[in-house]
Every structure is written in structure tokens, then in C-alpha cells.
Design a protein around this ligand. Structure first.
Ligand code: GAP
Length: 482
């Protein structure tokens, strides 16, 4: 079928998200609150799978990364040290005519609130001069609302990792190079939340701070720092890697991870920031972009941050952040490579990538449009639908419940006995469930003993069906969903 236009496509994704319970507007019964979103039953499962897969690939499958789960509110000095109090701002302007408030750098893209068909730059209203607007949400700790008690909701999870660097180093018995990974909420009072969940005011990040030797310590140890070129083998870390090779290594690791959860390379772009675009502390930053229907936009930033953050915390806290390197017999503040991904943007990318409409012919020979979410089985919220062919045959129902109970300890399955089998398949197609398991009369041995205790396994994407012994089912499915 012809692909729907961009806006139409996004509208379809947004409406499916609501209809099937992936994403709802926060506080919808009160008219919603701009920039905040809730994940419904399917969305919560999808998000959990994505976070678990990231956590597994970062911590459990590697020896050199330890996990952390820190608080959202931290000592306010953290944000002075990190530079967020002084510089975490967007340039904001007001339109004196339509009273809209906008980011000065996005002025050409924003619909005027009074005349939605116009962009603000076309609205004739006089604009104020841009002024900096700090994106951090402020609150107070304790009963007194004074300046001394002011605190912030964290705008990134990263700073907690730097603040706990020494503690984690001590207890995990890691040696540089090593990393600390964290998943958690972050908050930014975005001037203009937009594109569904893409730019939200409350969101989740999956961040890794990977601490490495400064290049001079690498040179001391290995004789020279490896040069990065097209032939550099990035599969296994080496002692002569300096920040440039480590940075490239993490870009490749992250791209492969996105592929492993179903985002093809062709849907992603690497954007290497120009020197004049880099944050003042960054030596290099690569953005991994996903080709959203509204344009290629950032999913993850991978920055080489040097020793900026640890040095800042050392200065502001008065606590040493130095590391004694046994192998080089030298003392230094480690440098860092930071792959920082947004969970919500990734969920949106997975939904856009999975959404397909196709024309199919139903059991009665009528053409119909099938909406199917082609999630990779690893991220799919429900892994298998389990269906008795008929709900009024107790033997079929009993057997189907047995199959559900067999699979349930291993994966999220959904038992459904309501309606015609074709309709049940369609419902699971829309939820992105990769497998359908149907218990029929053959399962009960009514077509002869050869077929007893076998089920129909239906594959979502090809709609092909095969017979599988119940005893093989869990292993067959686990092979795909893990
Ligand atoms: N510690 C580095 C850092 O926070 P960032 O580029 O500002 O870097 C990292 O944020 C990721 O967090 C982004 O690539 C994006 O996926 C996600 N993110 C940032 N702001 C967001 C927002 N307002 N809504 C949803 N996700 C956001």
C-alpha cells in the first residue's frame, strides 16, 4: 500500500498508541498537561523490555560496567559544579501580539497559537528580545520555601554517576577503563514540548559514563596512542586506545545495539557535530539520529567529555576525584566517553518503525486493511497470544490454559478466547505480538494420535502457520524473544 503522508502517519501512530494502550496523555481527565505522557499496559511492557535490554547489554553481559540507581533530587551544588545553574538555558522569546512563548532557535517551525496555519515567523506580532530560560525544574526540600532550601529535579542522570564515581570505584573493584550505567527519570522544563513524546518535560534516560585513561597515560603504558582510521579493529578494546578510538568504539557498539532491537541501520544516521557546535567541554560528539516521520532527529548523543565533569566536582566539593593507575604508576582524573540515550524517544522510534498497514484477504475472501506492529520479538510487549479455537469447548480451554501456564514463567503471554480466531489474530497484530499459539481439535488428538499435543504456531509478519509440539514451544519462542 502507498505509504501515508508524514502528518497522517504520525496521527495514525498516535491514535493507535491511545487506542491500544501504549501511550496516554498524562492527566487526560483534566484536559492533559503539556509535555507529560503516561505509558499504558502495552507501553509499560515495551518500555520495560527496552530498559532491560539496555541494562543487560551494558552491565550483565560485560565485566567492565557497573550499575547505579541514584536519587532524582540531589545536593544543589551538583548543578552549580556541572554548569547547569549557569548555562542550562534555551533562548526564549515572546510574541507581543499572540502572547505565544517560543524558543528563539525554533521560531520558523512553530505554529502560531492564534493562527495555527501560520508559523510564528509569519505572525506579524512584535517579538521580545531572546532571553535565557533555565530548563531545570526547581523545588524546595523541607517545609520552608527559602532560597537555601531550593533544589532541582535532575535534568540528566549523568551527574549522579560523576558524584558517586569514587564510591562505585571502591566497591566494584573496577579498574580504568570501566563504566557506570544508570537508567532513570530526568526533567526539563522545555519551552515548547513537541512531536508527541519526542520532546517531553519528564522523560527517561539510559546513560553510560565510561571512564578511560587520559591519552598521555595511554602513551606511557602502550608506547603510543592508537590512530583511528578506517582499518581500526573495534571489536575488542586494546590498551593503546586513546579517547578517539574509544569514542568510535562506543558509537559502533550503540549502533549495533539499536540493530539488535529491530531498528535497521538504514533507519539511523550518524551526525558528527562540527567543532563550532560542540559543548565547551566536549572534544567530539556524535548524535545517533532516527529518521522519524517529522525528520531525522536525535535518539542518543555520544560525547567525549574529557575530564570536565570529574574535575568540576573535585573543585566544587573539595574531594579528590583522582585515580591511581597501578599499571602506569600515575595519578590522574579519568576522562569519559558518554553514550546518553532517551528511552521515550526510542519507544517512539520503535513504534514508528514497527507501524505497517497492509491489505489482506480475510477467511471469507473479503479484502481488509491489517494494521500490524512489526516489533522485534525482543522488545514486543506481548510475546505470544494463546488461543483456544473455541471458547465453549472445555477441553480446548483447559488445554489452552495449560499452554499459557507453561509459557507464562518465561515470557509475557496473553490468553484470549473472545471472538473469531481471525479477529483475535488481528488484535495481537496491532499490539505487535510476534507469535500466536492456537489450541485446536488436533491438539486434543481428534485428528489422530500423530497430531496430539501439537499446536498451531502463527507468525505475525508472514502470517505463516506451522505445527509445533507443545513440548518444543517454550524453547522455540525463547530462542527468538531473548
Ligand atoms: N548527559 C548528557 C545529556 O543529557 P542530552 O543530549 O541533553 O545529553 C540525552 O540528552 C538524550 O536524552 C537525548 O539524546 C534524548 O534522547 C533524551 N532527551 C533529552 N531531552 C529530552 C526531552 N525533552 N524529551 C525526551 N527525551 C529527551
Amino acid at each position: 500500500m502507498a505509504a501515508p503522508k508524514t502528518n497522517e502517519f504520525m496521527e495514525k501512530v498516535v491514535s493507535l498508541c491511545k487506542r491500544r494502550g501504549f501511550i496516554f496523555q498524562s492527566s487526560e481527565i483534566y484536559g492533559g498537561i503539556n509535555g507529560f505522557w503516561d505509558y499504558g499496559p502495552l507501553g509499560a511492557e515495551l518500555k520495560r523490555n527496552v530498559k532491560d535490554l539496555w541494562w543487560r547489554s551494558m552491565t550483565r553481559l560485560r565485566d567492565d560496567i557497573a550499575g547505579l540507581e541514584a536519587t532524582i533530587i540531589m545536593h544543589p551544588k551538583i548543578w552549580e559544579a556541572s554548569g547547569h545553574v549557569a548555562t542550562f538555558t534555551d533562548p526564549m522569546i515572546d510574541c507581543k501580539t499572540c502572547k505565544g512563548r517560543f524558543r528563539a532557535d525554533q521560531i520558523n517551525e512553530i505554529p502560531c497559537p492564534q493562527r495555527p496555519s501560520k508559523t510564528v515567523s509569519e505572525c506579524a506580532g512584535e517579538k521580545t528580545e531572546p532571553r535565557p530560560f533555565n530548563l531545570m525544574f526547581k523545588t524546595h526540600v523541607g517545609p520552608v520555601e527559602s532560597d537555601e532550601n531550593a533544589a532541582y529535579l535532575r535534568p540528566e542522570t549523568a551527574q549522579a554517576i560523576f558524584a558517586q564515581f569514587k564510591n562505585v570505584l571502591e566497591v566494584s573493584r573496577q579498574k580504568v577503563p570501566f563504566g557506570i550505567a544508570q537508567i532513570g527519570k530526568a526533567f526539563r522544563n522545555e519551552v515548547t514540548p513537541r512531536n508527541f513524546t519526542f520532546r517531553s518535560r519528564e522523560f527517561e534516560q539510559m546513560e553510560l559514563e565510561f571512564f578511560i585513561r587520559p591519552d598521555d597515560a595511554v602513551a606511557k603504558l602502550a608506547g603510543a596512542v592508537a590512530k583511528l582510521d578506517a582499518g581500526t579493529n573495534l571489536s575488542e578494546p586494546k590498551t593503546d586506545w586513546g579517547w578517539e578510538v574509544w569514542h568510535k568504539y562506543w558509537v559502533e557498539q550503540r549502533l549495533s545495539w539499536y540493530e539488535s532491537i529491530g531498528l535497521p541501520r538504514t533507519s539511523l544516521e550518524e551526525y558528527w557535530q562540527r567543532k563550532d557546535e560542540l559543548a565547551h567541554y566536549a572534544k567530539a560528539t556524535v548524535d545517533i539520529l532516527y529518521k522519524f516521520p517529522f525528520g531525522a532527529q536525535e535518539l542518543e548523543g555520544i560525547a567525549a567529555r574529557g575530564d570536565f565533569d570529574l574535575t568540576q566536582h573535585q573543585k566544587h566539593s573539595g574531594k579528590s576525584m583522582e585515580y591511581f593507575d597501578e599499571e602506569t604508576k600515575s595519578r590522574y582524573v579519568p576522562h569519559v566517553i558518554e553514550p546518553s540515550a532517551g528511552v521515550d524517544r526510542l519507544i517512539l522510534a520503535l513504534l514508528c518503525n514497527a507501524y505497517h498497514e497492509e491489505e489482506v484477504v480475510d477467511e471469507k475472501g473479503n479484502k481488509e486493511v491489517r494494521v500490524v506492529l512489526r516489533f522485534h520479538p525482543r522488545v514486543a510487549p506481548v510475546k505470544a497470544g494463546v488461543f483456544p479455537l473455541l471458547k465453549n469447548k472445555p477441553d480446548l480451554v483447559r488445554k489452552a490454559l495449560e499452554v499459557r501456564d507453561l509459557l507464562r514463567p518465561h515470557m509475557n503471554v496473553f490468553y484470549d478466547e473472545a471472538g473469531a480466531i481471525g479477529r483475535r489474530y488481528r488484535r495481537q497484530d496491532e499490539a505487535g505480538t510476534p507469535f500466536g499459539v492456537t489450541i485446536d481439535f488436533e491438539t486434543l488428538g481428534e485428528a489422530g494420535p500423530g497430531m496430539a499435543d501439537t499446536v498451531t504456531l502463527r507468525h505475525r509478519d508472514s502470517m505463516l502457520q506451522e505445527r509445533v509440539p507443545i513440548s518444543d514451544l517454550a524453547a522455540r519462542l525463547l530462542d527468538q524473544v531473548r
